[in-house]
Design a protein around this ligand. Structure first.
Ligand code: BMP
Length: 212
């Protein structure tokens, strides 16, 4: 179960099992969940999810975007390995969200954090958020644009969980997304590329804590 303690979700986009385990060991006291996606799974295999047994919820970030039955199969494969949450895309439509949510809790991507997301995703993000509010456990919203988090939070209401990537390396200020209404900030390179990932995670947790 995802519970907010530090507000930090670790994005574990490293490329070996050893590095993945060592970063998780070093940061375990400072992160509330571990997000695993294609970079790690394609290098090490889906069983890596089982190996990340640190008592933290695992969020499988597969940004699923396929027809309902195939999307559901992907989500279920991640869940079968122990992922508690799966990230899916919202632009594929309500039938996909419904199907995937029936198997377990999902986070729906609304608007992504990179500059290119303003072209096609931003104009649809508010409609995606309204749809997500009917089916999903939470949404993904950009820490690089806190004003968008504020808007998307109003749309989804107080009960949905908002997780926000783009902190540190992509330019989002630590604490800024939570200040704008997110529940958790997702941090990858700022932690796993630091000389001491444990120290870095602790510092981000403290910075976020100051802004809570
Ligand atoms: P980093 O902190 O190294 O920039 O990593 C951000 C993480 O969040 C990556 O795993 C990326 O796939 C993910 N992410 C993102 O950066 N922006 C989004 O809009 C959605 C994401 O899932």
């Amino acid at each position: 179960m995802l519970e907010r303690n530090t507000g930090v979700i670790l994005a574990l986009d490293v490329d070996t099992r050893e590095k993945a385990i060592s970063v998780c060991e070093a940061t375990r006291d400072y992160v509330d969940a571990i997000k695993v996606g294609y970079p790690l799974v394609l290098k090490t295999g889906l069983d890596i999810i089982k190996d990340l047994d640190f008592g933290k919820p695992i969020i499988a970030d597969f940004k699923v975007a396929d027809i309902p039955i195939v999307s559901r199969t992907i989500c279920d494969a991640a869940r079968a390995k122990g992922a508690q949450y799966v990230i899916i895309h919202g632009f594929v439509g309500e039938d996909v969200l419904q199907e995937c949510s029936q198997g377990g809790p999902v986070f729906v991507v609304t608007e992504m954090s990179h500059p290119g997301a303003t072209s096609f995703m931003a104009p649809a993000a508010e409609d995606i958020a309204s749809m997500a509010a009917k089916h999903a456990f939470g949404i993904v919203a950009p820490a690089t644009r806190p004003e968008r988090i504020k808007k998307l939070r109003v749309i989804v209401g107080p009960d949905m969980v908002v997780i926000s990537p783009g902190v540190a390396t992509q330019g989002g200020e630590p604490g800024g997304a939570i200040g704008a209404g997110a529940d958790f900030e997702i941090i990858g390179r700022g932690i796993y590329n630091a000389p001491e990932p444990g120290e870095a995670a602790k510092e981000y947790a403290e910075m976020i804590g100051l802004r809570k």
